[in-house]
Design a protein around this ligand. Structure first.
Ligand SMILES: NC(=O)c1ccc[n+]([C@@H]2O[C@H](COP(=O)([O-])OP(=O)(O)OC[C@H]3O[C@@H](n4cnc5c(N)ncnc54)[C@H](OP(=O)(O)O)[C@@H]3O)[C@@H](O)[C@H]2O)c1
Length: 269
């Protein structure tokens, strides 16, 4: 049984690859740049060149694949439904998808695919904290528009839930809201980070518009930047309510933010 993972070098995709490899599965990791990806993923994973936003070029990558994990990225709303059709035609029987933050054309195509599917609906990723590395390292500050509460989820837990849904029975037709074990605001995250790296870190408020501009400067569209900063301004109930889905699905408690910080502390020093 071989699984193709799209977005395999990303925050969540690499965790899906790692977990499947840990469980002894045959994994194909899709990347636009295999040279850059080399060394970032477990050696047992087979790197395959391509992009999921060009599904017509994925025939070779899909050959012999019965499981597919889709990471929704920019551009996939247009081509994702075609990817799903081709994958099912090629023999994929089970699909998992990490949503783009809402149920759009790709997520709908997965649910209508006729294959077994599971949709992962993580709330805010702990890895978003990595956007603070430079300002903490260089200035000892974090600039955010809001001190919003968020039940952040560890990317490894998203990978673990995806692997269970891909490999074990009983998860077909389910949409899993995924959170971590606690709700934290940026100031509370800063306090945990500060203790871990042994340095004071100051929270510096910025305006809503400055936060939107900062995201757009990284290549994010105006609509997506408005969505993300709007989400911080008025967090949804799902974003602030801890659920135990990770533990229910994997049998292990969700990882804490303190654990995530232990794993990444060097990057903030
Ligand atoms: N951050 C959050 O808090 C949060 C919360 C909920 C949902 N989400 C959503 O979760 C999804 C997964 O996020 P992630 O952080 O795991 O993804 P990611 O790291 O941003 O991207 C995953 C990989 O996809 C490939 N990729 C990126 N843009 C692409 C494009 N335009 N066309 C084709 N391939 C592209 C890249 O791999 P290669 O360069 O190797 O090809 C990249 O490493 C996203 O849709 C995100 O919006 C995020």
């Amino acid at each position: 049984m071989t699984t193709l993972v799209t977005g395999a070098t990303g925050n969540t995709g690499r965790q899906v690859v790692a977990e499947l490899v840990r469980r002894g599965e045959s994994v194909r990791a899709l990347t636009r740049d295999p040279a850059a990806a080399a060394g970032k993923l477990p050696a047992e994973a087979e790197l395959v060149a391509g992009t999921h936003t060009a599904p017509e070029s994925l025939d070779a990558a899909l050959k012999g694949v019965t499981r597919l994990h889709i990471t929704v990225t920019a551009g996939l709303a247009e081509t994702g439904p075609e990817l799903v059709r081709r994958a099912v035609d090629a023999g994929v029987q089970r699909l998992t998808v990490v949503w783009g933050g809402w149920v759009g054309p790709v997520e709908e195509a997965v649910a209508a695919s006729g294959a077994e599917w599971t949709r992962l609906e993580p709330q805010e990723f702990m890895s978003n904290t990595l956007t603070w590395t430079e300002s903490i390292r260089n200035e000892g500050v974090v600039r955010e528009p809001y001190d919003h509460p968020s039940a952040l989820v560890h990317e490894a837990d998203i990978g673990a839930v995806a692997a269970v849904a891909l490999l074990d029975d009983g998860h077909a037709g389910r949409a899993y809201n995924l959170t971590g074990p606690e709700t934290l605001t940026p100031r509370e995250r800063i306090a945990i980070l500060s203790r871990a790296i042994g340095r004071d870190i100051t929270f510096v408020p910025i305006t809503h518009e400055q936060a939107v501009d900062r995201l757009m400067a990284t290549g994010v569209s105006r609509a997506d930047a408005d969505y993300v900063v709007g989400w911080y301004a008025e967090p949804t109930d799902d974003a602030t309510t801890v659920v135990d889905t990770v533990e229910q699905v994997t049998g292990r408690p969700a990882r804490t933010f303190a654990q995530w910080v232990d794993e990444h502390a060097e990057r903030f020093r």
